[in-house]
Design a protein around this ligand. Structure first.
Ligand SMILES: [Zn+2]
Length: 495
């Protein structure tokens, strides 16, 4: 391979896909020559039609990565980070991205968010080639809303204990403090921190504060964005946060936005930096119908959503009314006990109850979804009473954050291998399969149910995901749970 030719292809790619100006071509070519220790550029032609057809730059960066490993002696991770540097160098500067975004926004907010999305794919910030490998399917049920299930092949798995440790850990003296800090932009990264030269985000003002919007490098769904606070401050769920969410959907009515809960097990994977997740996709919960209307007056409605976990929905056009009622529910829930339903808001000085809040706008109507959550553990359920119960951990052990609680499951990559092993084990005795595949020790339930019900592994997983959300429900969908929810709503409305 001629590295000079790859450099020329990279610069051409940047001209076609990354808004690199013709006038800057020689300048950047020379910077790259210096970087690689070369004396002059490639003089032949490159196939610009082919470069124009590339959905992402992997085809150019992969040989450069190999060159850096072979010729410069870099480890694979180092070489990958160098490739991020190179594509970041050729991407428009953050201030230019902001200017283009703002001018597109003036005409049409959708074109501004599309611009940032496309740029983030074309400069490999969104690892689209990896994301495209994810396995995704819809799960349908006779007795409830459909769910969406994906096996994520683009991101490593975290467990609850790792996440709990992160919350308690003081912000390290490290720089940047976490992967959501503003200081990531242009950061070179190292073994424990990803390279971010190709990250681009745009500033926002939400409830009078400075926030930023970027896309998730793992895009779990269409235009999966992350909105994060300027400062490294912990997550919270309160009226200010509801105000921020409303400001966001006012500015980007084509996106939903939501805040994870602010506690481990029931929150997302990063609790020490205030952030939201949003996007253009309608998660299953957001499409579910109402099951019971608690009240409806003067255009304001409060209902229970027909979904597996416990979700309340407030709808109306008047923002203040939505916020007033939303705040009341969040605050009441924080200190609410219902022993009959095992709901205890605090033990040993530790808070257990919190809310996952998601908002979207349909025409002029706000829809605020509040999922009631509780992270208490007991002897029977040491990982959480309202968390995936132990018999489902072989499928999903991680915390059930906003995306899952709203019906899109992100399952670990090991399942691809394990499902194949299970299919094979169906025709084997227990001893035989355990000898061949020792980690199927936790899959006995799966093997038995697949045999008994003549299920495929997907049908089994579909059943587990529904059951996990039922575990997450703080008020179960039975007479005891429904009466409990009625009492809670009365307590909210009485105030
Ligand atoms: Zn941070």
């Amino acid at each position: 391979m001629e590295i000079e030719k790859k450099i020329k292809e990279l610069v051409e790619y940047a001209k076609i896909h990354l808004y690199l100006c013709e006038e800057d071509e020689i300048y950047f070519t020379n910077l790259l020559l210096k970087y690689f220790g070369l004396e002059k550029p490639y003089e032949g032609e490159v196939d610009t039609d082919h470069l124009a057809s590339l959905p992402y730059p992997d085809e150019i960066l992969e040989p450069i990565k190999e060159y850096l490993m072979k010729e410069k002696g870099l480890e694979e991770g180092e070489a990958e980070r160098e490739c991020v540097y190179l594509i970041g160098l050729l991407s428009p500067r953050p201030s230019e991205v902001d200017m283009v975004f703002s001018s597109l926004y003036e005409n049409k907010p959708e074109s501004a968010t599309s611009y940032l999305y496309d740029l983030s794919i074309k400069n490999n910030y969104i690892a689209k080639s990896k994301v495209d490998k994810n396995i995704i399917w819809d799960a349908y049920y006779e007795d409830g809303s459909p769910l969406e299930i994906s096996i994520n092949l683009s991101k490593p798995e975290k467990n609850n204990k790792d996440i709990a440790k992160l919350v308690k850990a003081k912000a390290s003296t490290g720089y940047p403090k976490c992967v959501l800090c503003e200081q990531n932009i242009g950061f070179a990264g190292h073994e424990k921190h990803p390279a971010r030269e190709n990250l681009r985000f745009i500033p926002l003002t939400l409830d009078g504060e400075r926030w930023f919007m970027q896309y998730s490098p793992y895009v779990y769904y269409d235009r999966h964005c992350i909105v994060f606070h300027k400062d490294h401050i912990p997550m919270a769920v309160n009226r200010h946060i509801l105000n921020c969410l409303c400001d966001f959907v006012d500015a980007f009515p084509h996106f939903f936005i939501g805040s994870n809960s602010d506690l481990p097990i029931v929150g997302g994977s990063i609790l020490n930096h205030e952030h939201f997740q949003g996007g253009a996709h309608l998660l299953p919960l957001l499409k579910a119908k109402s099951k019971k209307v608690f009240f409806e007056k003067e255009g304001l409605t409060l209902s229970k959503v027909d979904f597996y976990d416990t979700c309340l929905k407030i709808e109306g056009k008047k923002r203040n009314e939505i916020l007033d009622l939303g705040e009341k529910i969040i605050n009441k829930w924080k200190t609410y006990d219902d022993l009959e339903n095992e709901i205890i808001h605090e033990s040993d000085g530790e808070r257990h109850s919190t809310t996952t809040a998601i908002i979207r706008k349909e025409n002029d109507v706000y829809q605020l979804f509040l999922i009631l959550r509780n992270n208490r553990c007991n002897e029977a359920h040491p990982d959480g009473i309202f968390h995936a119960h132990k018999e489902y951990h072989h499928i999903k052990h991680e915390g059930i954050g906003l995306i899952e609680a709203a019906g899109l499951f992100i399952l670990p990559p090991r399942l691809v291998r394990q499902c194949k092993e299970v299919e094979e084990a169906l025709n084997m005795g227990k001893e035989e399969y355990l000898e061949k595949y020792p980690d199927l020790i936790d899959f006995e339930r799966m093997i038995t149910l697949m045999k008994n019900n003549n299920w495929t592994s997907r049908e089994y997983i579909n059943d587990v995901c529904k059951n996990i959300l039922k575990n997450v429900a703080v008020f179960k969908d039975d007479s005891k749970g429904n009466k409990g929810l009625d009492r809670f709503i009365e307590a909210v409305l009485d105030e």
